[in-house]
Design a protein around this ligand. Structure first.
Ligand SMILES: *Cc1c(COP(=O)(O)O)cnc(C)c1O
Length: 219
């Protein structure tokens, strides 16, 4: 299946970059995919998945979790504060932390519930007005607030680079920003550019259509 091919390409890209392939986590992005395709990937033994909408995740993953042990589910799309508790019920990791108001609510929720998901701060590397993410100039202050004031453990940075540009410079920029902030994990790289992302230090690649096939509706 396509999953095996993607795993092979991830290993090759890691080796070519002088990296250990085991340091790269493949997140299979299952948004909008027919359930039988997702199930086939679960049957093949893969357990790490990503969704970009809280509601959609809630419609499929509680059932899958009952049937398959060890599912690790990542939220890679925007998170509205009013869906925060639902998101904490569903997800093991959040890649879209990007504003102070959300960070504060998250810190409160984590404190009352106990247990914090793995957290990535999303950075709007291309400063695109339509895109979510912290402005690169605001990253240091945002992280300081999360870490020092709110006591939220931040694992790394996430980005979706501008679509109409070579991704190299944006991946390199995210890597540099993470290094400057003492962060080691990088969520970057999708179906069309994950090998480039791995060459630039990605630790988490988010791959949808190359595993499951083209989506028939927009994600
Ligand atoms: C849909 C999506 C992906 C996967 O995109 P593909 O091009 O299908 O691999 C990765 N990251 C995010 C945030 C997404 O919304």
């Amino acid at each position: 299946m396509a999953l095996d091919d993607i795993r092979t390409r991830i290993r090759s890209a890691a080796t070519a970059a002088g990296r250990n392939p085991d340091d790269i986590t493949l997140i299979a992005i299952s948004k909008v995919q027919p359930l039988e395709r997702v199930e086939a990937v679960l049957e093949a033994g893969h357990r790490i998945f990503g969704e970009n909408r809280v509601q959609e995740a809630g419609e499929k993953w509680p059932d899958f979790r009952e049937r398959f042990d060890g599912v690790d589910l990542h939220l890679v799309g925007p998170l509205q504060s009013n869906k925060l508790n639902r998101a904490l019920d569903l997800f093991d990791a959040i890649h879209s932390l990007d504003r102070d108001s959300l960070a504060k609510k998250l810190a409160n929720a984590v404190q009352s519930r106990g247990g914090c998901p793995k957290l990535f701060v999303q950075v709007n590397v291309g400063r695109e007005p339509q895109k979510a993410g912290v402005d690169p100039d605001g990253l240091e202050g945002f992280l300081k607030n999360c870490r020092d004031t709110l006591d939220l453990p931040i694992s790394g940075l996430m980005t979706i680079p501008p679509a109409d540009d070579e991704p190299e410079k944006w991946f390199g920029m995210l890597k540099q920003m993470a290094a400057d902030q003492g962060l080691t994990e990088l969520s970057m790289g999708m179906s069309g550019d994950f090998e480039t992302a791995i060459a630039h230090g990605a630790t988490h690649v988010r791959i949808g259509s190359a595993i499951f096939g083209e989506r028939t509706t927009a994600g």
